[in-house]
Design a protein around this ligand. Structure first.
Ligand code: NTF
Length: 814
């Protein structure tokens, strides 16, 4: 399939200019960086569309089993650089732009982030889409096109404020609106019984209909012609909407009512801790599930008319429990619309779905109040009850009348608020349930889903998360990328990440070490410039850049980091001047958003600011210690910060981080990790060696016993001292920080900051000692990158493809 569009510099220039003139409607003789970005993006998009068409024609012809990845969140970040690199035409575009008097990097900076997700879970999906495309899998992503993505974090006087992220304000060249791909999605109403051919069937008479319109986002693979689709749904008023009001002459109110339909896809919920009990959220779930399944079933029906073939042609992945209403929806379609009998429908349904859980926190598992569900989706509630009834009968025949266990495993939770446990529904239905790291699986088996594991051990697997080296090295750290290719003698590691291990053989080569160091220095300079522009703080490039960037959560223990910084400050203040020469200068960088309603997390952000204020303005300290909070942390900020970091911190209390993927991005970029043995860190340790990292803290299996000890578990004096400084108002805001300090009292310190403090300081001291031995540091840094291959999302996706989805590559010919 020959490309119609040409990629020589002249054609690209012409294309950009044509788009500037005819799409953006600016003069081709006068346009600014943003308009250049728009023209360029539309030109790239044309090339994406070409491949995307070819890929889908090819999939249609071959009709392979397809994977449909259902997720309520995708954190894609920017698209431009990633697209041109995956298409293999970055340099050509850079040349073309140059000829037009623009610089690629400057133009690329004009792009805003697509932030349709909260954190780890959502960014993981973006990495996995990149791998699915690159590895030629016939896959589709399905999600919601929120008008407002994750809020923008504004810092005012050190406090977090949230501003709406109306990311579509300046248009979005990366999507294609499909006005003709739309489906009605129904809500509310009643269920009636009808007799058809001697059988009674249930008929759902919905009370409201909203239209779901598709927006397609092509996802190009690297080094392949394949470009897959991420289809996001937007809510629009349906034409079937309340004709009554028009007829009664209340025209204005009828229009206003119609607009309400659009609220369904308006806003992303900004809390990644719990998802309970909001009608709008439930509407979002069903809206996207229903539209996606109508689309998937329509595609299946184009070539097949027997639903027994459905599991051979379709794999449906439920990403966390949010899309798990899909199970009830498939049953409804098969039983109510296709008139299959229940057991045949259940057999089909249970062979198409698989389920990934991303949390270790039982309290974060989604529960939907029965009243809410029954009102919004009356037929689905009946179906879920029926699934549960049959499951309970089966379970009783297996385990007898163990009522405690039966009630724990039931999909329906009795109690003050009777609810549906969406995780239980997913486990009962899916043949494969997976955690996201080895440790996570252990926790699922031993704690979170113990009863289910004992019943069905064969269902439970783990798939260690991974991140894409295309985005996290090639796009964000081009200097390191070229260096790796030079020393490996090939660029093939960009597709075949195992090759990174080849760096090990050069680890002691002084030339590589020198060049490696140089790359880091350049990246640090870029980051230092960013910090200065942001905060006016000048930082020394000789200092260790020590970074913790992620969502602010108590379990991730940014507070431990800040208390460690206070301790460092306090030590320096109390040192003899002659000893200060031995202090390793540090620039501590913290970034992350707190959920808007998460009070303690917001206090942690404020604490970071007041401590920074004190330290950064203390002339006595100078370059020995700086603390910088980077506001509005997002994907593109991460792309800038990670390559410029020396050390990165992953401090979750062991047993709380399901996997963690930030650590993998740092590892690939040759940053050393200071971490607890939690989530995927345990596997990173196996790959790069514990002596190549700075590990500390209680282990997963020690934590429960430590918590048992309660108030008898005494925190060390150094810890009490720094907490007291905060409590006594050394940094101001004494009353405001009281509740934060209270969480650290003996017996209340659930996340064990006090217990882990001493070993944390030791790990920090070890990092300092290593930093003053640059050769050793670089050695460890190279080995970190060399050992990061296992944590590419390419590896994860291959595992899922083989062991969960049963799909094969389907490579569109060039
Ligand atoms: C996150 N979960 C986990 O907290 C991380 O440990 C993990 O790496 C990622 O998922 C990806 O698997 C969430 O973001 C959520 F939403 F479940 F809280």
């Amino acid at each position: 399939m020959d490309a119609f569009l040409k990629n020589d510099s002249f054609s690209l220039q012409k294309d950009i200019l044509d788009h500037v003139e005819y799409t953006v409607a600016r003069s081709r003789f006068i346009f600014d960086d943003f308009e250049a970005y728009q023209g360029l993006s539309y030109s790239v998009r044309d090339r994406l569309i070409e491949r995307w068409h070819d890929t889908h024609r090819y999939f249609k012809k071959k009709d392979p089993k397809r994977l449909y990845f259902l997720s309520l969140e995708f954190l894609m970040g920017r698209s431009l650089s990633n697209s041109v690199i995956n298409l293999g035409i970055r340099d050509q575009y850079a040349d073309a732009l140059n000829q037009l008097g623009f610089e690629f990097e400057v133009v690329a900076e004009q792009e805003g982030d697509a932030a349709l997700g909260n954190g780890g879970l959502a960014r993981l999906c973006a990495c996995q889409m990149d791998s699915l495309a690159t590895l030629d899998y016939p896959a589709w992503g399905y999600g919601l096109r929120y008008q407002y993505g994750l809020f923008r974090q504004i810092i005012l006087d050190g406090f977090q404020l949230e501003e709406p992220d109306y990311w579509l304000n300046f248009g979005n060249p990366w999507e294609i609106e499909r006005v003709h791909v739309s489906y009605p999605v129904k809500f509310y109403g009643t269920v009636e019984e009808e007799g058809i051919q001697g059988q009674t069937i249930k008929v759902w008479i919905p009370g409201e209909t909203v239209e779901a319109v598709a927006y397609d986002n092509p996802i190009p693979g690297y080094g392949t012609r394949n470009a897959i689709n991420l289809r996001l749904w937007a809510a629009k008023p349906s034409d079937q909407y309340d004709m009554e009001s028009y007829n009664t002459g209340d025209y204005i109110n009828a229009i206003m009512d119609r607009q309400k339909a659009e609220t369904i896809s308006n806003v992303l919920y900004p809390d990644d801790r719990s998802y309970q009990g909001k009608e709008l959220r439930l509407k979002q779930h069903y809206f996207f599930v229903s539209a996606s399944l109508q689309d998937i079933i329509r595609r299946f029906r184009d070539d097949h008319n027997n639903f027994d073939e459905f599991p051979e042609k379709v794999a449906l992945q439920i990403n966390d429990t949010h899309p798990s209403l899909a199970i009830a929806e498939v049953m409804r379609v098969l039983v109510d619309e296709e008139h299959l009998d229940w057991s045949r429908a259940w057999d089909i349904t249970s062979r198409v779905f698989s389920f990934t859980t991303h949390t270790v926190h039982v309290e974060a598992l989604e529960k939907i109040p029965v009243d809410l569900l029954g009102n919004l989706l009356p037929r689905h509630l009946q179906i879920i009850y029926e699934i549960n009834y049959k499951f309970m009968e089966e379970l009783k025949s297996m385990i007898g009348q163990d009522y405690d266990r039966l009630s724990r495993m039931s999909i329906v939770e009795e109690g003050a608020v009777k609810s549906i446990r969406m995780a239980n529904l997913s486990i009962v239905c899916c043949q494969i349930v997976n955690g996201v790291s080895k440790v996570h699986l252990d926790l699922l088996k031993e704690r979170v889903f113990k009863d289910f594991y004992e019943l069905w051990p064969q269902k439970f697997q783990y798939k260690t998360n991974g991140v894409t080296q295309r985005r996290w090295v090639v796009v964000s750290n081009p200097n390191l990328s070229s260096l790796i290719s030079k020393w490996l003698g090939t660029e093939s590691w960009i597709r075949n990440v195992d090759l990174l291990a080849g760096l090990r053989q050069h680890v002691s080569d002084p030339d590589l070490q020198r060049e490696w160091k140089m790359v880091k220095k350049v990246n640090k300079a870029r980051l230092a410039e960013y910090i200065e522009t942001l905060s006016g703080i000048k930082v020394s490039l000789d200092a260790m850049f020590d970074v913790q960037i992620k969502r602010i959560h108590e379990y991730k223990r940014q507070l431990l980091n800040i208390l460690g910084i206070i301790h460092r400050y306090d030590c320096i203040k109390n040192m003899e001047t002659s000893d200060r020469r031995k202090v390793v200068p540090r620039v501590c960088i913290i970034g992350g958003k707190a959920a808007p309603g998460y009070d303690i997390a917001k206090k942690i952000i404020k604490l970071c600011h007041v401590v920074a204020e004190k330290i950064n303005n203390d002339a006595d300290i100078g370059d020995l210690l700086k603390l910088v909070f980077i506001p509005d942390y997002n994907v593109s900020v991460a792309e800038l910060v990670i390559p410029g970091s020396d050390l990165s911190q992953h401090l979750s209390t062991a047993g709380h981080e399901a996997s963690g993927t930030g650590s993998m991005k740092f590892l690939m970029n040759g940053c050393l990790l200071l971490a607890t043995a939690d989530g995927a860190i345990v596997e990173i340790m196996e790959e790069v060696g514990a002596d190549n990292m700075f590990l500390f803290g209680a282990k997963v299996n020690e934590v429960p016993a430590l918590r048992e000890k309660g108030a008898s578990l005494k925190a060390p004096l150094q810890f009490l001292r720094v907490v007291r400084m905060v409590r006594d108002g050394y940094f101001g805001f004494k009353d405001y920080f009281k509740s934060l300090c209270d969480t650290l009292e003996d017996g209340k310190d659930f996340y064990l900051l006090g217990y882990d403090f001493a070993s944390y300081l030791e790990a920090q001291a070890a990092a300092d000692r290593t930093f003053v031995d640059p050769e050793k540091w670089i050695h460890m840094s190279i080995l970190s990158t060399a050992g990061s291959g296992k944590f590419s999302s390419d590896k994860t996706i291959e595992e899922y493809a083989k062991h969960t989805w049963g799909i094969e590559p389907c490579k569109c010919p060039f």
